[in-house]
Every structure is written in structure tokens, then in C-alpha cells.
Design a protein around this ligand. Structure first.
Ligand code: FES
Length: 181
């Protein structure tokens, strides 16, 4: 079960709106395309929205649709297709560990076990304190660097042995303990 599926049942209601700064960044992305192709900025716009809110509430998907001149369902189709977009809240930090065969044979399974044991959760779950979501990923194109994982959909971490995983978790836990974004 993916993190998306596990959290989908608990989508919170709220008045979510993008900040002026997020809208400015989206406008900047739109200028990278011809006016009649502003919809091409949809993935960048969703990323900006998610960076700000941590996930993509339906109201914000609609806001993105309005800015790009798209229908809300067209934006939802993009947001729901790609694994890096979250349609429900997740932990402050998401760790996606590769367990495909080449990695599994080179420490990937051990890394996955260590993450699950130390965090006390399984794939697709979020820790009770909301600090971490753990997910299982497909090949990240870095098989020679196994075990590999990606933090927050953005930062690739290679050669993640037991010591490096412990250091990473300590660092992320300290960050998650800071005031919410
Ligand atoms: S199998 Fe893990 S990065 Fe390729």
C-alpha cells in the first residue's frame, strides 16, 4: 500500500490557499513556455504548491488549475499519476528506499529493515509524531550506489549503510522537531 493510499481516507478539510510567493513562483514557471502552452508548467506548479503545503489539497489543485487555464480534473490526473505528489498529508520528511533487485542484493533490504525497525512503521505509514513517512521505491537509476534512498522526493542518498542511516534519521528528526513550516 502506498503512502498515498494509506492517508487518502483521512484527507483533512481546511481553507488551503497558496501564498503570494508561491503564486509568484508559478507565474515565473509559466513564462518559460509560450502563452498558449502555459499548461506545460503544471508539474512545476504542483511541486511549488507541495513544497509550500507539504501535500496537494483539492482546493489548491483547483487554484493551480485556474492559474494555468486547466480543468481541475486535468490537474488531478497529473497529481494522482506521479508518485512524488501527495494527495493527503504525509510526515515532515518522506524517505523512499529502493528495494528493487539490484539494490536488494546489495544491502537495500537491510536498509529497509533498519528504517522500519527504527521508525516503528512499515512502508506506506507515517510515524505517530508526524515526523516521518516511509515508502518503498522503484529503481532510482543508481544501482551501483546501493543501498539508495530519496529524502523528500528531492535528495538522493547513496551507500546508505547502518551508520549513515542512523545519522540521516538523527538529522531529519532534529529538523522535524523544529516549528512547522
Ligand atoms: S535497483 Fe535500486 S537504484 Fe536501481
Amino acid at each position: 500500500m502506498s503512502a498515498h493510499a494509506s492517508a487518502a481516507a483521512g484527507v483533512p478539510q481546511g481553507d488551503y490557499r497558496l501564498s503570494a510567493e508561491a503564486l509568484r513562483l508559478i507565474d515565473r514557471e509559466i513564462t518559460k513556455y509560450p502563452p498558449e502552452q502555459r499548461q506545460s508548467a503544471v508539474m512545476a506548479a504542483l511541486t511549488i504548491a507541495q513544497d509550500e503545503l507539504g501535500w496537494l489539497p483539492p482546493q489548491v489543485q483547483e487554484e493551480v488549475a485556474a492559474v494555468l487555464g486547466m480543468t481541475p480534473i486535468a490537474v488531478y490526473e497529473v497529481a494522482s499519476f506521479y508518485h512524488m505528489y501527495h494527495l493527503a498529508p504525509i510526515g515532515r520528511h518522506k524517505i523512499t528506499v529502493c528495494t528493487n533487485l539490484p539494490c536488494a542484493l546489495s544491502g537495500g533490504n537491510a536498509a529497509a529493515r533498519q528504517l522500519q525497525q527504527r521508525l516503528g512503521i512499515r512502508f506506506g505509514q507515517t510515524t505517530a509524531d508526524g515526523a516521518f513517512t516511509l515508502d518503498e521505491g522503484e529503481c532510482m537509476g543508481a544501482c551501483g550506489d546501493a543501498p539508495v534512498l530519496i529524502v523528500d522526493n528531492k535528495k538522493m542518498c547513496s551507500f546508505m549503510d547502518e551508520s549513515r542511516i542512523n545519522t540521516l534519521l538523527d538529522t531529519l528528526a532534529a529538523d522535524a522537531a523544529k516549528p512547522a513550516r
